[in-house]
Design a protein around this ligand. Structure first.
Ligand code: ATP
Length: 354
């Protein structure tokens, strides 16, 4: 298997279906060897992007460039991309070997090469020795590995995956996530991965693009999106968040103060772009950044406790209509009373466009 990944570029690519603009004009780059995930709610345009790159859909405008070559008008079979779908799309009445060999047979590769490549692909996904089993007799996780082997065997320039783990149970999903990640790190094949599961995106991706209504809201590493989300949508889509709504009271040198109805003091934090004094905005505070029982803080009462194993989540009531979730280690010192003092560092507050 080769290790060289190819670069994929979307240049002002859009796609409409009748009146629906499924993808607004979009620029996007998958760097050579990068694992890029498209994350977004249902209908946000993720599959549309994937199908445009694969060539199953033609763009309404724009060009698609792979390693400098314009492939916009090339049919899918001439793009050398491997595709893995949620429903596996395997031939149930054929053996594992026959399923994996399919793409090579269509390309009329010599028999010896087919055998060698298929064994290699099955070893990669840890299915050695299962080649003669009928696909219908395999578990969901094994079938998904066959689908992955089938996509890898053609040595694709780009690997495209559309919710490939959606049909697996949680335990298996976590296991296959890590396997896909390890396989990626070993071979560095450029990969475009579609999911609506944030955990999956966090575990596997080099970068994540968050989509909403056919538009990329933000693209970056998981840590960039988590720590410095561009807006409230991104903040709420990745990780747990407290979002307090109010109006900007002051703005200077990258810092903002927010008046939040029901909160006795102004809320200070780092300002994102597109804010103006007097305009509505949202303060983001991650639950792990909310401290309880600080010596100085705002009085609050605990109104709910949720045990999460390693962590416990507390719902805190601070004032009329103002509540925050706090997460702390469940083994930390028990709280003596339901009345607590709550605080956070302004460094952990981000003031965002609503
Ligand atoms: P999901 O997570 O549900 O698969 P998605 O983010 O992949 O959603 P897309 O399937 O790309 O979203 O769809 C984006 C928009 O384009 C939706 O409004 C969808 O209804 C519309 N759309 C997609 N394919 C077609 C089609 N063949 N004909 C008409 N509209 C379509």
């Amino acid at each position: 298997m080769t290790t060289a990944g190819k670069e994929v570029r979307l240049q002002s690519v859009s796609r409409s279906f009748g009146e629906t603009l499924a993808l607004q004009p979009t620029d996007l780059q998958i760097a050579p060897g990068e694992f890029l995930t498209l994350l977004g709610p249902s209908g946000s345009g993720k599959t549309t992007v994937l199908n445009l790159v694969a060539g199953y859909l033609a763009p309404s405008s724009g060009r698609i460039i792979v390693d400098g070559a314009d492939v916009t008008d090339r049919p899918p079979r001439l793009r050398n991309m491997g595709m893995v779908f949620q429903n596996y799309a395997l031939f149930p009445h054929l053996s594992v070997l026959e399923n994996v060999a399919f793409g090579l047979r269509v390309r009329r590769r010599p028999k010896a090469e087919v055998q060698r490549s298929v064994s290699h692909a099955l070893a990669l996904v840890q299915l050695e020795g299962m080649g003669n089993r009928m696909v219908a007799t395999l578990s969901g996780g094994q079938q998904q590995r066959v689908a992955l082997a089938r996509a890898l065997v053609i040595q694709p320039d780009v690997l495209l995956m559309d919710e490939p783990l959606g049909a697996l149970d949680r335990q298996l999903r976590k296991q296959v996530q890590l396997e896909i990640r390890r396989l990626h790190l070993a071979h560095r094949r450029s990969t475009l991965y579609v999911t609506h599961d944030q955990e999956e995106a966090l575990v596997m991706s080099d970068r994540i693009a968050i989509l909403r209504s056919g538009k990329i809201e933000q693209i970056g590493t998981a840590d960039e999106l988590y720590r410095t989300p561009a807006n409230a949508f991104v903040a709420s889509f990745l990780g747990e968040s407290n979002l307090l709504r109010g109006r900007i009271a002051s703005l200077s040198r990258g810092c903002a103060e927010l008046e939040v109805p029901g909160l006795p003091a102004r809320l200070a934090g780092t300002a994102a772009s597109d804010l103006a004094v007097g305009r509505p905005a949202v303060a983001l505070i991650r639950p792990e950044d909310v401290r309880v029982n600080a010596e100085v803080g705002l009085p609050a009462s605990i109104v709910e406790r949720v045990y999460l194993g390693e962590l416990v989540a507390l719902r805190l009531h601070l004032g009329e209509g103002v509540e925050l979730w706090c997460r702390r280690l469940s083994r930390s010192e028990p709280l003596a009373s339901e009345r607590v003092q709550v605080s956070w560092s302004p460094d952990h507050v981000r003031i965002l466009h609503p």
